[in-house]
Design a binder for this molecule. Structure first.
Ligand SMILES: [Zn+2]
Length: 550
């Protein structure tokens, strides 16, 4: 049943998963210690909550990972539960306050741009670029990634990063990845001037064929039937029953917001393993994979409809096929899977499903600058922010002698909004040490502090009340739900490790995504004792007398 479903998807995309079975098993890789390949997978917006909802139904790649070391309560412990900061913690062992990747976008009053806005994985120094029309770069990431640390030991180690978003590929791969691919205007792309393996052109042709053809609805598996219920989201639109049918001439976004997006990404990753010989040389290589479709689907349809169920069942099958392809090549690998952040379902569905306090953002933020202008006599823009929460900055047009007054008045106005939980000022945040408490016991200030970088973070940080969706009106087909808050539904993600012969162990207490780097380092015998990180090695050996950790 599972294979039939994925085979139908594969056939429709003209992608020869069947070729996977033809990979010859290498004869000389039976014994190799440490593992020759680290496969690090980040599933965008895979919350611990939806993973728990569906885990009993997994039979493919997720099921394999669930037979290894399982941490159902992993934490992206920091406050800004967005894609860029989340991906940056996974292979650096560092909170955003140390990586410098404090948000998807922040504001830099020194940058030569009118809107003073910077995108996390761009080079803002490129003349004529903007935070929306940018040159991809890892320059904003201030710490090394696992790939950098592997290559520090042996420059022959290959580091490859493939993802459904540029910021995911960059934050997993780091500054020195040998190959990095993300979706551009015409399929997967990379940095100018880089060698492009043949697999990329081949996958992009397949993507082009997929976009040109129409798609019948994907079958709804029996375990997804209970989620198949239409939820009105305004103006005659509903979510909850969409099974990814579409007409021809689809946009790249439509492909990415369906299981097809992850299928293309996983196919490219698997083909690069073959073409580049990853895991088949004398050193340990790294393959980082960012799977974006779960996030696009969560934003477009929410997390508790048939769309997410179909996606997770398809992803389970696709991951199973991906691992089978590594097995067929005889590669000695260790796999890790986690997420960059969790997510929250749309309030329209939650209100009817026992969460009556769920709500969309009420008016108020859109008039903030006008009210500040009236109070102070200053001209807008006075404040800079990327939304109604997170980092707020005083614009550079405000003179130094008016800044303190502006901040005080802004905090007073914002604090009066009925959906604001608290506003934290810079001095209060910086006075707080980064905690070493277990992540489920962090205060909100602890979460804000771990996210705070003195050179990049805002003049104050706004935290909304729990269960507030900061999208005032649903935009069906684009954004009806989101993440990004300090609350646990956005912080909690699964963390899974598996390798051939791994014992099953499950630890329900909280661990952190910053623990992944030191844990993977221990599994491949990599000494990272000379770098400063925020995580600790996780002991994955169920025997209390044994440990993988140094
Ligand atoms: Zn994300």
């Amino acid at each position: 049943m599972k294979f039939a479903r994925i085979a139908a998807l594969v056939t429709a995309l003209s992608l020869p998963f069947a070729a996977f079975a033809q990979d010859e098993q290498s004869a000389d890789t039976a014994e190799s210690t440490p593992p020759r390949l680290v496969v690090a997978i980040a599933v965008d917006q895979l919350s611990a909550d939806i993973f728990a909802q569906h885990r009993q139904n997994f039979t493919g790649g997720f099921a394999r990972l669930l037979r290894g070391a399982v941490f159902p309560s992993g934490y992206q412990a920091h406050a800004a539960t967005e894609t860029c900061p989340g991906h940056a913690t996974i292979l650096t062992g560092a909170h955003p306050g140390r990586t410098g990747v404090i948000a998807n976008r922040w504001f830099d009053m020194g940058v030569a741009r009118e809107d003073v806005r910077v995108y996390c994985s761009e080079d803002p120094g490129v003349e004529g670029s903007s935070s929306s029309d940018y040159t991809v770069s890892a320059g904003n990431l201030l710490v090394p990634t696992l790939g950098d640390l592997i290559q520090r030991v042996d420059a022959a180690s290959q580091v490859v990063s493939v993802a459904g978003k540029d910021r995911s590929a960059v934050m997993l791969g780091g500054a020195n990845a040998d190959h990095m691919f993300w979706p551009g205007d015409a399929g997967f792309t990379t940095f100018d001037g880089r060698d492009v393996p043949e697999a990329v052109a081949w996958i992009n042709q397949a993507a082009g064929r997929a976009m040109a053809s129409s798609r019948v609805p994907l079958p709804v598996p029996a375990q997804c039937a209970a989620y198949n219920r239409a939820i009105p989201v305004g103006e005659g639109a509903t979510v909850g029953t969409h099974a990814f049918s579409r007409g021809p001439a689809a946009s790249g976004r439509a492909i990415l917001a369906s299981p097809e997006g992850d299928l293309l990404t996983l196919n490219l990753a698997a083909d690069l393993v073959s073409e580049l010989g990853l895991g088949q040389g004398g050193t340990t290589d790294l393959l980082a994979i960012g799977l974006a479709s779960t996030d696009y689907i969560g934003h477009a349809y929410g997390t508790h409809g048939v769309e997410m169920c179909v996606q997770l069942m398809a992803l389970d099958a696709m991951l199973g096929d991906f691992f089978a392809r590594l097995d067929a090549r005889g590669i000695d690998y260790v796999a890790m899977l986690t997420a960059d952040h969790g997510g929250l379902d749309l309030p329209e569905r939650q209100i009817g499903q026992a969460a009556p306090r769920a709500a969309r953002l009420l008016p108020g933020f859109e008039t903030l600058d006008a009210r500040l202008a009236e109070e102070t006599g200053l001209e807008a823009p006075i404040l800079r922010a990327d939304g109604p929460f997170g980092d707020f900055y005083v614009d550079r047009s405000v003179s130094e002698d008016r800044r303190a007054e502006v901040i005080d008045r802004a905090i007073a106005l914002i604090s009066a909004h009925p959906q604001v939980y608290r506003v934290y000022g810079r001095d209060e945040i910086m006075a707080q040490p980064v905690t070493d408490a277990p992540p489920e016991h962090w205060t909100v200030l602890d979460r804000v502090r771990a996210n705070f970088h003195p050179d990049r973070s805002g003049d104050f940080i706004v935290v909304l009340q729990p269960r507030v969706t900061p999208i005032p009106q649903a935009m069906p087909g684009a954004y009806v739900a989101t993440h990004g808050s300090v609350w646990d539904y956005d912080r909690r993600v699964p963390i899974l490790f598996w390798w051939p012969g791994a014992d099953h162990v499950e630890q329900p207490l909280g661990v952190m995504t910053v623990d992944i780097l030191p844990t993977l380092a221990s599994l491949i015998g990599l000494d990272i004792s000379d770098i400063e990180i925020d995580g600790r090695c996780l002991d994955l050996m169920p025997d209390v007398a044994a440990s993988n950790c140094p």
